[in-house]
Design a protein around this ligand. Sequence first.
Ligand code: NAD
Length: 299
Amino acid sequence: MSRISFIGLGNMGKPMAQNLLKAGHELTVFDLAPAAVQALVDAGAKSAGSALQSVQGVDAVISMLPASRHVEGLYLGDEGLLQRIAPGTLVLECSTIAPESARKVAAAARERGIRMIDAPVSGGTGGAVAGTLTFIVGGAAADLDEAMPYLEKMGRNIFHAGDSGAGQVAKICNNMLLGILMAGTSEALALGVANGLDPKVLSDIMAKSSGRNWATELYNPWPGVMPDVPASKGYAGGFGVDLMLKDLGLAAEAALHSGASTPLGELARNLYSLHSAGGSGGLDFSSIVNLYQRESSRG
Ligand code: NAD
């Protein structure tokens, strides 16, 4: 069993760390929030006084932080973790961040002889708890092979997208499509309802027709159409509007950086931004349908 430093014990990091503990690994954990650390200590982890202390004598470091600035702040600079992690150590950076940030940190790690993969996840908090996340990895194939025993304890599907940063690019592309298809499905449902259709009947038709997609099959945004989805529970839980907005912002940045055109991604970003500004940032992202419901009820 390995000794692992796990940094960032929020909604995702906490259950991921718990699954590694259950698998018998020895964890030293750190988070800026003491309560988050305590929950892991109660589950059998060791607490470190700082991120720097957590990486002493470990075989691997795993981080799960909010955004690029937190990841760069943690690893880079004179006080950064890369100054303290032993050469040869494997780092699994699982946060969703800009591909440029992932490449920058991985390059700095390489200079110090530290091996780093970007391994953002898909599957949400439910997947993190169940240990069924999808990991989308960027980095050297040999490093992914070595990370596999850890990733397999936290996830079910593990993909190698390419070199450093490629995991982030693939994750951003997927979530941009998700944002667009959820808005599109909401728009189609609202149009049908505004024209007298029952949303359940229309959903059944679309789920077996060419408009079929992940939202019509598994995550319908209209309240009451499907049981056990956020739409039928007041849009609680699930994947937050603000997290979707963050990922659409990363897609916009990546498009700007590469000169790619993402007009639908930009439109979706504006829709979720408007929705968030209206006070819905904490709701599940399928609540984007509320924007259309308000619009159609005015007519
Ligand atoms: P979160 O805000 O719940 O947790 C982040 C944790 O990091 C917090 O506990 C915070 O205290 C800690 N932290 C921040 N800076 C730190 C530092 N310098 N040192 C130590 N700890 C620090 O976020 P989350 O929902 O767990 O998401 C984490 C990452 O996973 C994000 O990049 C997010 O985009 C991605 N993600 C989230 C979901 C989801 O459904 N929540 C799904 C897929 C991917």
